[in-house]
Design a protein around this ligand. Structure first.
Ligand code: 3PG
Length: 305
């Protein structure tokens, strides 16, 4: 079978070599399309492919229409909002993700951003410490579990809310479960977002919710920009001089947020999962899943059943 690795944002070199080897060892051939700038490049590359490994690359109806031989798309990562899973189903293409494989990298970046924020973006003025602060995790999946593990090392008090987890599941990790997103924002000094981008979560982080943060509250986003109601957050940050917003996903209104000097920071390009380890873990998992799909008919990680 022909496996295409199509990544606009490439895997680390060593990860790519390991992924290619895994595919070849599974009895398949590999093509690589990296750093492409035009959709047309992806459309011609997918034409012959039986399987595709992607990252945040957009796989929509047009791509699926062009991929006449395609049987499976594996998103090397967690969030698959970049794939039109309904259209894939209509094209009889299996879509999978690789949950948890890049979670530690994203979790570590949360702390990179947080230390930077509480130390006033390293401007030399006296900042504060994470120890003793209350950290709220909105959604309690793989990234949150890693954030919670690291937060305990910092001496933070960890709280979480997840619509799909019971309080018992959350508390069995030594994390305090709260009953709603509002309660999380009300009780925590820092709220870290780990919700996927879905029709329900889009723009759900709004004025009313973020305004519940106590004085000096910090909002951290390493999830998706779509979950933030940017217009309302801009309004709130203009009204409340104490709130900080730090993000790994540049908002559409980046220039407007940048006016809040010392209270806003965005990485130049989403880099939560940009480590050699995360690339290797997620990429090899994707390759193994493709081998298991073609060689054993396994669809364990299918998200469009
Ligand atoms: C994910 O959903 O796995 C992360 O957002 C990482 O995305 P990336 O592979 O585009 O860096």
């Amino acid at each position: 079978m022909k496996v295409l690795i199509a990544t606009e944002k490439p895997f680390a070199k060593e990860a790519l070599e390991a992924i290619k080897k895994e595919i070849v060892d599974g009895g398949h051939s590999v093509e690589v399309l990296e750093k492409y700038t035009e959709k047309s490049e992806l459309l011609s590359a997918v034409a012959q492919a039986n399987a595709v490994i992607i990252r945040s690359d957009i796989v929509d109806k047009e791509v699926l229409d062009a991929a006449k031989e395609l049987k499976i798309v594996v998103r090397a990562g967690a969030g698959y909002d970049n794939v039109d899973i309904q259209s894939a189903k209509e094209h009889q293409v299996v879509v999978e993700n690789t949950p948890g494989q890049n979670a530690n990298a994203v979790a570590e970046l949360v702390f990179g951003l947080l230390v930077y924020a509480v130390r006033n973006f390293y401007n030399g003025k006296s900042g504060s410490e994470l120890k003793g602060k209350k950290l709220g995790l909105l959604a309690y999946g793989n990234v949150s579990r890693n954030v919670s593990r690291i937060a305990k090392g910092f001496g933070m008090d960890v709280y979480a809310y997840d619509a799909y987890c019971t309080a018992e599941q959350i508390e069995s990790d030594g994390v305090k479960a709260v009953s709603s997103p509002s309660a999380l924002f009300e009780q925590c000094d820092v709220v870290s977002l780990h919700i996927p981008a879905t029709p329900e979560t889009t723009k759900s982080i709004n004025y009313e919710l973020v305004n519940k943060l106590p004085k000096g509250g910090i909002l951290v986003n390493t999830a998706r920009k779509e979950v933030i109601n940017e217009e309302e957050l801009l309004k709130l940050m203009a009204e409340r001089q104490d709130i900080k917003f730090i993000t790994d996903i540049k908002p559409s209104a980046d220039e407007q947020f940048a006016q809040f000097e010392g209270r806003y920071f965005s990485t130049p390009k989403k880099m939560g999962a940009q480590t050699s380890e995360a690339n290797t873990n997620a990429g090899i998992a994707a390759a193994k899943q493709i081998n298991a799909f073609f060689n054993e008919g396994c669809t364990k990680y299918q998200v469009n059943k």
